[in-house]
Write a protein that binds this ligand. Structure first.
Ligand code: DX5
Ligand code: ZN
Length: 217
Protein backbone atom coordinates (compact mmCIF):
# COMPACT_ATOMS: atom_id res chain seq x y z
CA UNK A 1 0.00 0.00 0.00
CA UNK A 2 1.02 3.57 -0.54
CA UNK A 3 2.53 5.06 2.62
CA UNK A 4 1.38 8.58 3.44
CA UNK A 5 3.20 10.88 5.85
CA UNK A 6 1.09 13.28 7.91
CA UNK A 7 3.22 15.80 9.82
CA UNK A 8 1.43 17.09 12.93
CA UNK A 9 1.52 20.86 13.17
CA UNK A 10 1.19 20.51 16.95
CA UNK A 11 4.99 20.59 16.88
CA UNK A 12 5.16 23.59 14.51
CA UNK A 13 5.90 27.21 15.34
CA UNK A 14 2.34 28.53 15.82
CA UNK A 15 3.44 32.08 15.04
CA UNK A 16 4.44 30.95 11.53
CA UNK A 17 1.83 28.32 10.60
CA UNK A 18 1.57 29.53 7.01
CA UNK A 19 5.32 29.15 6.40
CA UNK A 20 5.32 25.79 8.19
CA UNK A 21 2.60 24.24 5.98
CA UNK A 22 4.17 25.66 2.83
CA UNK A 23 7.49 24.07 3.83
CA UNK A 24 5.87 20.72 4.72
CA UNK A 25 4.24 20.56 1.29
CA UNK A 26 7.55 21.39 -0.38
CA UNK A 27 9.28 18.68 1.66
CA UNK A 28 6.95 15.92 0.45
CA UNK A 29 4.27 15.63 3.13
CA UNK A 30 1.08 13.90 1.99
CA UNK A 31 -1.34 15.35 4.55
CA UNK A 32 -1.29 18.07 7.19
CA UNK A 33 -2.37 16.61 10.56
CA UNK A 34 -4.20 19.21 12.68
CA UNK A 35 -4.54 18.32 16.38
CA UNK A 36 -7.64 19.99 17.78
CA UNK A 37 -7.85 19.79 21.60
CA UNK A 38 -10.66 21.24 23.69
CA UNK A 39 -9.35 21.22 27.27
CA UNK A 40 -12.04 18.63 28.16
CA UNK A 41 -11.50 15.43 26.21
CA UNK A 42 -7.80 16.12 26.83
CA UNK A 43 -6.38 18.72 29.25
CA UNK A 44 -4.68 21.07 26.74
CA UNK A 45 -6.39 23.49 24.36
CA UNK A 46 -4.73 23.91 20.98
CA UNK A 47 -6.79 25.47 18.18
CA UNK A 48 -10.07 25.07 16.34
CA UNK A 49 -11.73 25.50 12.97
CA UNK A 50 -10.67 29.14 12.67
CA UNK A 51 -7.01 28.14 12.59
CA UNK A 52 -7.70 25.36 10.09
CA UNK A 53 -9.46 27.94 7.89
CA UNK A 54 -6.45 30.25 8.19
CA UNK A 55 -4.00 27.66 6.85
CA UNK A 56 -6.39 26.31 4.18
CA UNK A 57 -5.39 28.77 1.41
CA UNK A 58 -1.68 28.06 1.85
CA UNK A 59 -1.55 24.38 0.91
CA UNK A 60 -3.12 22.00 -1.56
CA UNK A 61 -2.51 19.07 0.80
CA UNK A 62 -5.50 17.47 2.49
CA UNK A 63 -6.09 18.76 6.03
CA UNK A 64 -6.43 15.81 8.39
CA UNK A 65 -8.32 17.19 11.42
CA UNK A 66 -7.98 15.04 14.53
CA UNK A 67 -10.71 16.17 16.93
CA UNK A 68 -9.72 15.45 20.53
CA UNK A 69 -12.97 17.01 21.73
CA UNK A 70 -15.78 15.82 23.97
CA UNK A 71 -18.62 16.57 21.52
CA UNK A 72 -17.10 16.28 18.04
CA UNK A 73 -20.52 15.95 16.42
CA UNK A 74 -21.27 19.58 17.25
CA UNK A 75 -18.20 20.90 15.40
CA UNK A 76 -18.53 19.08 12.09
CA UNK A 77 -20.06 21.98 10.18
CA UNK A 78 -17.33 24.38 11.37
CA UNK A 79 -14.53 22.08 10.22
CA UNK A 80 -16.22 21.32 6.90
CA UNK A 81 -16.57 25.06 6.28
CA UNK A 82 -12.95 25.57 7.31
CA UNK A 83 -11.83 23.22 4.54
CA UNK A 84 -11.07 19.98 6.38
CA UNK A 85 -10.60 16.99 4.06
CA UNK A 86 -10.60 14.33 6.79
CA UNK A 87 -12.32 14.61 10.16
CA UNK A 88 -11.34 12.10 12.85
CA UNK A 89 -13.52 11.52 15.90
CA UNK A 90 -12.79 9.44 19.00
CA UNK A 91 -14.80 6.33 19.83
CA UNK A 92 -14.34 7.31 23.51
CA UNK A 93 -16.22 10.56 22.83
CA UNK A 94 -18.89 9.28 20.40
CA UNK A 95 -19.61 5.80 21.83
CA UNK A 96 -22.33 3.91 19.98
CA UNK A 97 -22.99 6.99 17.85
CA UNK A 98 -19.57 6.76 16.19
CA UNK A 99 -20.86 5.19 12.92
CA UNK A 100 -23.68 7.77 12.73
CA UNK A 101 -21.22 10.64 13.23
CA UNK A 102 -18.94 9.21 10.54
CA UNK A 103 -21.90 9.14 8.15
CA UNK A 104 -22.75 12.69 9.09
CA UNK A 105 -19.19 13.75 8.15
CA UNK A 106 -19.33 11.82 4.87
CA UNK A 107 -22.68 13.39 3.99
CA UNK A 108 -20.81 16.75 3.88
CA UNK A 109 -18.36 15.31 1.33
CA UNK A 110 -15.50 14.94 3.82
CA UNK A 111 -13.62 11.74 4.63
CA UNK A 112 -14.42 10.31 8.07
CA UNK A 113 -12.13 8.52 10.46
CA UNK A 114 -12.69 6.79 13.84
CA UNK A 115 -9.94 6.93 16.50
CA UNK A 116 -9.12 4.85 19.58
CA UNK A 117 -7.00 5.78 22.59
CA UNK A 118 -4.34 3.43 23.93
CA UNK A 119 -6.67 2.00 26.60
CA UNK A 120 -9.42 1.18 24.07
CA UNK A 121 -9.49 -2.24 22.37
CA UNK A 122 -9.00 -2.55 18.61
CA UNK A 123 -12.32 -4.46 18.49
CA UNK A 124 -14.14 -1.27 19.46
CA UNK A 125 -13.27 0.09 16.00
CA UNK A 126 -14.66 -2.96 14.17
CA UNK A 127 -18.28 -1.66 13.96
CA UNK A 128 -17.01 1.50 12.22
CA UNK A 129 -14.84 -0.29 9.67
CA UNK A 130 -17.47 -1.15 7.05
CA UNK A 131 -18.10 2.59 6.53
CA UNK A 132 -15.06 4.53 7.82
CA UNK A 133 -12.67 6.06 5.27
CA UNK A 134 -9.86 5.56 7.77
CA UNK A 135 -9.26 4.31 11.31
CA UNK A 136 -6.66 5.78 13.64
CA UNK A 137 -4.74 4.09 16.44
CA UNK A 138 -3.34 6.44 19.09
CA UNK A 139 0.07 5.11 20.01
CA UNK A 140 0.48 7.62 22.87
CA UNK A 141 -2.07 9.10 25.28
CA UNK A 142 -3.64 12.02 23.40
CA UNK A 143 -2.91 15.55 24.52
CA UNK A 144 0.80 16.07 24.03
CA UNK A 145 3.47 15.62 21.41
CA UNK A 146 6.88 14.17 22.11
CA UNK A 147 5.78 11.09 24.10
CA UNK A 148 7.15 7.58 23.84
CA UNK A 149 5.48 5.11 21.45
CA UNK A 150 3.35 2.51 23.27
CA UNK A 151 4.50 -0.89 21.88
CA UNK A 152 1.08 -2.58 22.38
CA UNK A 153 -0.15 -0.40 19.48
CA UNK A 154 1.57 -2.77 17.03
CA UNK A 155 -0.74 -5.67 17.91
CA UNK A 156 -3.79 -3.39 17.52
CA UNK A 157 -2.70 -2.26 14.06
CA UNK A 158 -2.17 -5.88 13.05
CA UNK A 159 -5.61 -6.90 14.22
CA UNK A 160 -7.22 -3.93 12.43
CA UNK A 161 -5.48 -4.80 9.13
CA UNK A 162 -6.56 -8.43 9.50
CA UNK A 163 -10.15 -7.35 10.19
CA UNK A 164 -10.10 -4.94 7.23
CA UNK A 165 -9.10 -7.85 4.99
CA UNK A 166 -11.77 -10.05 6.52
CA UNK A 167 -14.56 -7.56 5.75
CA UNK A 168 -13.37 -7.05 2.18
CA UNK A 169 -11.68 -3.70 2.70
CA UNK A 170 -8.00 -4.68 2.46
CA UNK A 171 -7.02 -1.16 1.38
CA UNK A 172 -8.70 0.69 4.24
CA UNK A 173 -6.42 3.49 5.46
CA UNK A 174 -5.01 2.73 8.91
CA UNK A 175 -3.37 5.74 10.54
CA UNK A 176 -1.09 5.68 13.57
CA UNK A 177 -0.39 8.70 15.73
CA UNK A 178 2.09 9.29 18.51
CA UNK A 179 5.75 8.68 19.18
CA UNK A 180 6.59 7.59 15.62
CA UNK A 181 10.22 7.96 14.62
CA UNK A 182 12.71 6.47 12.19
CA UNK A 183 13.40 3.56 14.53
CA UNK A 184 9.86 2.29 15.05
CA UNK A 185 8.20 3.28 11.76
CA UNK A 186 9.21 0.08 9.94
CA UNK A 187 7.48 -2.10 12.50
CA UNK A 188 4.37 0.10 12.40
CA UNK A 189 4.18 -0.20 8.59
CA UNK A 190 4.88 -3.93 8.68
CA UNK A 191 1.97 -4.34 11.11
CA UNK A 192 -0.35 -2.77 8.52
CA UNK A 193 -0.46 0.99 9.09
CA UNK A 194 -0.16 3.14 5.94
CA UNK A 195 -0.81 6.69 7.20
CA UNK A 196 1.93 7.85 9.54
CA UNK A 197 1.54 10.89 11.78
CA UNK A 198 4.74 12.42 13.12
CA UNK A 199 5.18 15.62 15.06
CA UNK A 200 8.39 15.87 17.00
CA UNK A 201 10.33 13.51 14.73
CA UNK A 202 9.76 15.86 11.78
CA UNK A 203 9.97 19.21 13.53
CA UNK A 204 13.07 18.35 15.54
CA UNK A 205 14.91 17.39 12.35
CA UNK A 206 17.03 20.00 10.57
CA UNK A 207 16.13 18.41 7.21
CA UNK A 208 12.37 17.90 6.92
CA UNK A 209 12.58 16.54 3.37
CA UNK A 210 15.03 13.83 4.41
CA UNK A 211 13.13 12.80 7.53
CA UNK A 212 9.79 12.66 5.66
CA UNK A 213 11.34 10.41 3.04
CA UNK A 214 12.98 8.18 5.68
CA UNK A 215 9.67 7.85 7.55
CA UNK A 216 8.20 6.20 4.46
CA UNK A 217 9.96 3.15 5.79
C1 DX5 B 1 -1.15 13.75 20.39
C2 DX5 B 1 -1.42 14.15 18.98
C3 DX5 B 1 -0.37 13.75 18.03
C4 DX5 B 1 0.98 14.37 18.29
C5 DX5 B 1 2.04 13.51 17.72
O1 DX5 B 1 -2.26 14.04 21.17
O2 DX5 B 1 -2.64 13.55 18.53
O3 DX5 B 1 -0.76 14.01 16.69
O4 DX5 B 1 1.10 15.65 17.75
O5 DX5 B 1 3.26 14.05 18.06
P1 DX5 B 1 4.57 13.13 18.22
O6 DX5 B 1 4.87 12.61 16.85
O7 DX5 B 1 5.57 14.08 18.75
O8 DX5 B 1 4.21 12.03 19.19
ZN1 ZN C 1 -3.14 13.67 16.32
Amino acid sequence: MEIKIAPSILAADFSRLKEEVVLLEKCGADLIHCDVMDGNFVPPITFGAQTVMAIRPHTRLPLDCHLMTLHPGTHIDDFVRAGANIISVHVEACGIYTPAILQEIQSRGVRACAVINPETRAEDLFPTMPIADMVLVMSVHPGWGGQKFIPESIEKIRSLRTHAQKIGRPDLDIEVDGGINEENVKEVIAAGANVIVAGSAIFSSPDKKAIISRLRG
